[in-house]
Design a protein around this ligand. Structure first.
Ligand SMILES: NC(=O)c1ccc[n+]([C@@H]2O[C@H](COP(=O)([O-])OP(=O)(O)OC[C@H]3O[C@@H](n4cnc5c(N)ncnc54)[C@H](OP(=O)(O)O)[C@@H]3O)[C@@H](O)[C@H]2O)c1
Length: 244
């Protein structure tokens, strides 16, 4: 399988083990690819019915099938991993997101890098500035999805509250709207939504995954909640000069 990025990629993961929780999804599969390209040994966790989605990686990664909020599944998957990357989607109304995050924090080895994904709607310090349109969209989506018992956004908020309060070596990566397409390189980030650098509100999904994987070796991101945007977007090109 060809690497996502054809130029020589530094083997920053050589001799290190990474667990990707939610490996079969769109973001998860990109994370697996980036991790393999960097020499990590990869363990992927996904629902039993989604294991075949990882068939093309079958001879290169270890796949553990099961619910990501099943504590026994997570305990087995994260054992001796140096890094755990988690797709934090709040499926259903039975604490899927917070259960997954809590299990990862409880069972990852001490000192492991923990990187979680979510959207811009998560705020760490309340200093994010959202447009009226964004706030209305999140509020409506939260109500409708919870009513339909499909997604519980409040549980993702709870998951992140626990992560922010934890003394693990976490990073919460907050994604903008996403699109498919070839990589534009590592996204740029800011501590706060509303910063002009983020105004374009668009990131290639492969680059969201790249940011998650590269965060593992970036100590500047420990206990940060970077909000990201594609590095070739208009707002990044106009304003990017480091985190704000
Ligand atoms: N989409 C966006 O525009 C957007 C924007 C900002 C941030 N994000 C963040 O990006 C991450 C994932 O985004 P994505 O759009 O690329 O989706 P994705 O990677 O396809 O992720 C969906 C994940 O949820 C799992 N899943 C699907 N249905 C499920 C169910 N009923 N019960 C349990 N698990 C289920 C999928 O696993 P299976 O393979 O088993 O179905 C997969 O691991 C999330 O953390 C999200 O907050 C997304």
């Amino acid at each position: 399988m060809e690497p996502l990025n054809p130029v020589a990629i530094p083997q920053t993961g050589a001799g290190r083990r990474m667990c990707v929780v939610g490996a079969s999804g769109k973001l998860g599969r990109y994370m697996v690819r980036h991790a393999l390209d960097r020499g990590y040994e990869v363990v992927g966790v996904c629902r039993e019915q989604s294991v075949p989605k990882l068939d093309d990686f079958a001879d290169r990664i270890t796949v553990i099938g099961g619910a990501t909020n099943d504590r026994a599944v997570i305990a087995r998957a994260v054992e001796s991993c140096d890094a755990v990357l988690t797709v934090l989607v709040p499926w259903g109304v039975r604490d899927y997101s917070s259960g997954t995050a809590q299990a990862v924090m409880d069972y990852a080895k001490p000192g492991a890098r923990l990187v979680f994904s979510c959207g811009w709607h998560i705020t760490r310090d309340g200093e994010d500035k959202y447009s009226k349109r964004f706030k209305a969209m999140v509020a409506v989506a939260a109500k409708v999805m919870r009513f339909l018992r499909v997604v519980d956004i409040d549980d993702q908020v709870e998951a992140c509250r626990r992560i922010f309060a934890s003394d693990t070596r976490w990073t919460v990566v907050r994604g903008s709207d996403l699109e498919e397409g070839p990589s534009e390189g590592l996204p740029v980030w800011s501590r706060h939504v509303g910063d002009p650098v983020l105004a374009s509100n668009l990131t290639r999904r492969t680059d969201f995954a790249l940011f998650m994987v590269e965060a593992v070796t970036d100590d500047a991101l420990v206990r940060e909640a970077p909000a990201i945007v594609g590095r070739r977007t208009a707002s990044a090109l106009a304003h990017a000069d480091g985190p704000a």
